[in-house]
Design a protein around this ligand. Structure first.
Ligand code: ADP
Length: 301
């Protein structure tokens, strides 16, 4: 499976530019789409699942043009939107039965088999007779994945699936995605939560203001932050100055004063030592420094 995106832009009727000249190639496995709110993630997802047309550019799935082969490509797609709606008065299995019918599964027996399989897979078998409204937040999200997977799609698109989940449910959900990804499928995971990417993806793109700011592995992004993350021991007065001067990633009260992790080229004049960056550090570094410098270069030459 391969999705190729070329020169894709989206301008909404009110003039909002949501995507600008996106080029991406997405293969099997979990592909992470990371970016702050408003970066254009949902717009890109909605184009990929054929709910919206791009203003310019082209998307192909295994060489098939998304616009010309909508029907065929839709059958390959499963989608968990950000605002996933279930029917509160239906039981878990009834809801899945309804979704299976919509996906074109006519035979009752086939539907029942598919539902049992998927309930097991997402860990909701015990909750099959529960009303959807009585499920916990994490279970509802897993029901969302179940409905997206019921027809065994080859491409699964999940938009901000872990937002609002508690840590245990979030980990369970990430593990579920990793389990699903062992097949020959593409999973596109859009998120603004860095931990979702670091724990599941081997390929990622950083979107910022509708443009691709980085594409590669999380490891490559981390590599770019090496030498830019520091831990500083600060007193109360320094604490204020550091907050004004550097992007601060974390602040922990120490024995005396504060232990602060910051992104900086070189925090001269402070009691600082370098820290091995993680993806969260790299994300802050990239957004604060790399992109800022690019803007300044463009503005001042
Ligand atoms: P994200 O999912 O990363 O938060 P979105 O794709 O939702 O980003 O939004 C990208 C940009 O497009 C934002 O500036 C947003 O305000 C704008 N936008 C999104 N949907 C619409 C719409 N239906 N009409 C006009 N502007 C929109």
């Amino acid at each position: 499976m391969e999705i190729v995106i070329q020169g894709l832009s989206k301008i909404y009727p009110n003039g909002n530019k949501a995507l600008e000249d996106i080029d991406l190639s997405i293969g099997t496995g979990i592909f992470g789409l990371l970016g702050p709110n408003g970066a254009g993630k949902s717009s890109l997802m909605r184009i990929l699942v054929t709910l919206m047309r791009p203003s310019t550019g082209r998307v192909t799935v295994n060489g098939m043009d998304l616009q010309k082969h909508r029907g065929e490509i839709r059958r390959l797609l499963g989608y968990l939107p950000q605002d996933f709606r279930y029917f509160p008065k239906l039981r878990t299995s009834e809801f899945l039965d309804y979704m299976a019918s919509l996906s074109g599964m006519r035979q009752r027996r086939r539907r029942r088999e598919a539902i049992d399989r998927i309930l097991e897979e997402v860990g909701l078998f015990e909750a099959r007779d529960k009303m959807a409204s009585k499920l916990s937040g994490g279970m509802k999200r897993r029901l969302g994945i179940a409905q997206a997977l019921i027809h065994e799609p080859k491409i699964l698109v999940v938009d901000e699936p872990t937002t609002g989940l508690d840590p245990e449910e979030r980990i369970r959900f990430r593990n579920l995605l990793s389990d699903i990804s062992t097949g020959e499928v593409i999973i596109i995971l859009s998120t603004h939560i860095v931990g979702d990417i670091s724990s599941t993806c081997n390929h990622m793109t950083l979107l910022n203001k509708g443009r691709v700011a980085f594409t590669g592995s999380p490891e490559e992004l981390i590599q770019k932050a090496r030498g830019y993350v520091w831990q500083i021991r600060a007193n109360d007065e320094e604490y204020i100055r550091i907050n004004e001067k550097f992007p601060v990633i974390s602040t922990v009260p120490g024995k005396e004063g504060w232990l602060m992790q910051v992104v900086s080229r070189s925090p001269e004049g402070y009691d600082a030592e370098p820290v091995e960056p993680n993806l969260e550090h790299a994300y802050v570094h990239f957004m604060e420094n790399v992109l800022q410098e690019k803007v300044e270069e463009e503005a001042y030459g």
